[in-house]
Write a protein that binds this ligand. Structure first.
Ligand code: RIB
Length: 312
């Protein structure tokens, strides 16, 4: 792992989507049409969201992935560059369209998403090679499940060999390759994802503890179960912690998990103790809920420290 002498260096291997967002009073039921309040397009994708969150929190970030050779792809790359993120390892794919996500957000800030991954799912050995190069001298590798899992797993194996910490967000809910658990230094499922991966329905801290235990038994080193406004529960072989959520006014919960993961990755890279790292991630996640959009909602380091300081 690189010496802890300042800003962390993070490699984000993952998805880059254009989000097509409609806001509405309430979600339509099956077969129903409801009138929306607003529509906007905004940069998203779990991988790119994590990259932007990490950059806003002060990390040096290298993004690895694929976009299409289209208007969305160009806008997405420009957006990442504007955040100071290295995009040399984002390929422009002439054969696949950029990933898109159609997102409905209701008045309570809850969301439903349909993602069409396009170029993201065409990531292959070229992105693996790029990720390996990008990992030189970095502290952490961030992964999700919106790009091919076998490429992520190969990258995670390489990261383990190079001494990087692997922070894997198993989102959206999907099965992971069996070998993946062993290479996830930190796995951060939400309740739905934890249930899919362990068969344990997470309803409260006790069931989160049971799910975390099941993940540790599969080889994960630190299991962090996210429960939205009910907080997070984390366990490793040597310690466990519960961190309540910060109370904020919810506007749009899209990408809150991405902000949490990036905050946690940076805090752990900077050598913070588990409890402090969970608090830092929780503050980043909470602040992301207070603004519309995904990347546009990512908080700055000063905002995160302000929220923590204000409460503590
Ligand atoms: O985590 C939120 C993200 O999920 C959105 O930005 C959307 O692109 C989907 O990938």
């Amino acid at each position: 792992m690189a010496a802890n002498t300042g800003a962390a260096t993070i490699v984000a291997l993952g998805s880059i989507n254009m989000d097509l967002v409609a806001t509405m009073e309430r979600m339509p039921a099956d077969g129903e049409t409801v009138e929306g309040n607003a529509f906007f397009t905004a940069p998203g994708g779990k991988g790119a969201n994590q990259a932007v969150a990490a950059a806003r929190l002060g990390a040096h970030v290298r993004m690895v992935g694929r976009v299409g050779d289209d208007t969305f792809g160009r806008a997405l790359l420009d957006g990442l560059r504007a955040h100071g993120i290295g995009v040399r390892d984002v390929a422009v794919d002439a054969a696949h369209a950029s990933g898109v996500a159609m997102i409905m957000v209701d008045e309570a800030g809850q969301n439903r998403i349909v993602a069409v991954y396009g170029a993201n799912m065409a990531c292959d050995g070229a992105q693996l090679d790029a990720a390996k190069r990008a990992m030189a001298g970095a502290d952490a590798l961030m992964l999700q499940l919106e790009t091919p899992p076998e490429i992520s797993l190969a990258a995670a194996r390489h990261a383990r060999g190079e001494g990087l910490r692997v922070i894997w967000d198993p989102a959206p809910a999907a099965l992971m390759p069996d070998d993946a658990f062993e290479f996830a230094d930190v796995l951060t499922p939400n309740q739905t994802e934890a249930a899919m991966l362990t068969g344990i329905e997470v309803r409260d801290v006790d069931s989160a503890r049971a799910a975390a235990g099941a993940l540790l038994a599969r080889g994960v080193r630190l299991a962090v179960v996210k429960m939205g406004e009910d907080g997070v529960f984390a366990a490793s072989a040597s310690e466990s912690r519960y961190m309540p959520a910060f109370a904020v006014e919810a506007v749009d919960s899209v990408a809150a998990g991405d902000a949490f993961g990036a905050g946690l990755a940076i805090a752990l890279s900077e050598g913070l103790a588990l409890e402090d790292a969970l608090r830092f991630g929780a503050a980043a996640g909470a602040l992301a809920v207070t603004k519309p959009g995904a990347q546009d909602a990512m908080p700055s380091r000063a905002e995160v420290e302000g929220l923590i300081g204000g409460v503590g």
